[in-house]
Design a protein around this ligand. Structure first.
Ligand SMILES: [Zn+2]
Length: 85
């Protein structure tokens, strides 16, 4: 299996778990809605409609808008209350 596909599978698995640990590592851009989200967002897109990007800038350059629910463009490392610090 090509590495890229494998990485996408791991990313998708994190999205399905709504794993907050991967927030900030990548973003989920949904082709059908034109919106991108943090991986832990409550939206449940179909796998085939999803494209992974690594930064909000990359998503917006591709024509996606930030989700209003999870505000992926406002997230900063350490902003989650459940941090390990
Ligand atoms: Zn969202």
């Amino acid at each position: 299996m090509p590495i890229e596909m494998q990485v996408d599978d791991e990313r998708w698995a994190a999205v399905v778990r709504r794993d907050p640990a991967v927030d900030g590592a990548f973003y989920v851009a949904v082709k059908t809605t034109g919106i991108y989200c943090r991986p832990s967002c409550s939206g449940r897109p179909l796998r085939k409609n999803v494209r992974f990007v690594t930064t909000p800038t990359e998503a917006e350059a591709a024509g996606f808008r930030a989700c209003k629910r999870c505000k992926p463009n406002e997230w900063k490392p350490g902003s989650l209350a459940q941090g390990s610090a």
